[in-house]
Ligand binder design. Structure first.
Ligand code: NAD
Ligand code: WQD
Length: 339
């Protein structure tokens, strides 16, 4: 059984990926400092798969601790690196925290991997690297735009750190996965997204409003150059997204990579407006959403959606879940969390 190290494995996308890795027959070691997740997530994973992953509460900034971890868990075949700080607004307030956490964690891993003969690396990147693309749908060949936030900048710099390390001749292969907007939860509702405080992202705000935790959802802007005036995004089901990580790891482990660094968009290819999300949520769940249209949110991209054809063809991966089912899964998870 091949062993995969998943950093940030108790987080939102990481936990769903651990489940899919276990379902695919991999042994998983999770590293997480629990700065944005809880150790209880491991129990949710166990309830779904019946398999307990190894869990080490450890900070990826702790190089000596990571070194010890690699030594104790010999034979790691690949690292999937989710651990990062991800709140765009917070990154504007605390840029150094974001640069330190996101860059130094990556550097520590890349420095330690050769010592333990680990050659395969999957990195969580983001469609944020495209800014507002000139052409839609956006392909991987589109130029990266100057980052709108320190968080976005860390994703660009991390992509470059990985590419430069590979180019330096290091014995390393990597797949950079650019996620669009991951949403939803595992259909079992055993794991899902756990936003701390007032959610900044649309779907947790929608489900918390429907649950009565928030009085009203604000729709940020109705005067955009889109069919209904609200912003457009590509919302991708988190389980679909998780499965792409398994395929990416398998691709490197079976020598199928076409180059030492490959980049893939992970999205559905379908752009959906905020108002469409609201309508679909109401239809899918029967819940009623109280909302009002307010002003634009500073720094928002008007519209973006993926051209996922490269991932579809090369990885043999495709987003399968409908938006209805995905929103229903988010609602089921919210109901489980309660008020
Ligand atoms: P998350 O916050 O739920 O998960 C990240 C996990 O990493 C958390 O459990 C946190 O405790 C842990 N972590 C953070 N810093 C750490 C450190 N120094 N050492 C050990 N653990 C640490 O976030 P997520 O939504 O699951 O995102 C996972 C990755 O995907 C991140 O790199 C994020 O930037 C990227 N991403 C997320 C989205 C999104 O919309 N959710 C979109 C694009 C890219
Ligand atoms: C989606 C749409 C909002 C909340 C962010 C990061 C990005 C990526 C994903 C990691 C937008 C609108 C939202 C609300 C609203 N993360 N909205 N009312 O902005 O696409 O991307 O998360 O890499 O880097 O910037 O996602 O969920 O915040 O917003 O109308 O209360 O919903 O204006 O159009 P976004 P989001």
């Amino acid at each position: 059984m091949q062993k995969i190290l998943v950093t940030g494995g108790t987080g939102y996308i990481g936990s769903h990926t651990v489940v899919e890795l276990q379902n695919a027959g991999f042994e998983v070691v999770i590293v997480d400092n629990l700065s944005n997740s809880s150790a209880d997530v491991v129990e949710g994973i166990v309830r779904i798969t019946g398999i307990r992953p190894a869990f080490e509460r450890l900070d990826c900034l702790d190089c000596a601790g990571l070194d010890k971890l690699f030594a104790e868990h010999r034979g790691i075949a690949a690292v999937i690196h989710f651990a990062a700080s991800k709140a765009v607004g917070e990154s504007v307030q605390k840029p150094l925290l974001y640069y330190r956490n996101n860059l130094a964690s990556l550097i520590n891993l890349l420095e330690l991997m050769p010592k333990y003969g680990v050659e395969n690396f999957v990195f969580s990147s983001s469609c944020t690297v495209y800014g507002q693309p000139d052409e839609l749908p956006v392909t991987e060949r589109a130029p990266r735009k100057p980052a709108e936030s320190p968080y976005g900048n860390t994703k660009q710099i991390c992509e470059d750190i990985v590419s430069d390390t590979v180019r330096s001749g290091a014995k390393l292969k990597s797949i950079l996965l650019r996620y669009f907007n991951p949403i939803g939860a595992h259909p079992s509702a055993e794991i899902g997204e756990l936003p701390l405080g007032v959610p900044q992202n649309l779907i947790p705000f929608v489900t918390q409003t429907a649950a009565g935790i928030r009085p009203k959802l604000s729709v940020f802007g109705s005067d955009y150059n889109t069919p209904d005036g609200s912003c457009i995004r590509d919302y991708i089901n988190v389980v679909d997204l998780a499965k792409a990580h398994v395929i990416a790891a398998q691709r490197m482990l079976t020598g199928k990579s076409k180059s030492a660094v490959e980049t893939f968009n992970l999205g559905t290819g379908r752009g959906v407006s905020v108002l469409e999300v609201i309508n679909t949520f109401e239809k899918a769940t029967g819940a009623k959403l109280s909302y009002e249209v307010t002003g634009r949110r500073a720094g928002d991209i008007e519209k973006i959606w993926a051209d996922p054809s490269y991932a579809n063809e090369e990885l043999g991966w495709k987003a399968k879940e409908t938006l209805e089912d995905t929103l229903a899964s988010a609602w089921k998870w919210q109901q489980k969390l309660g008020r």
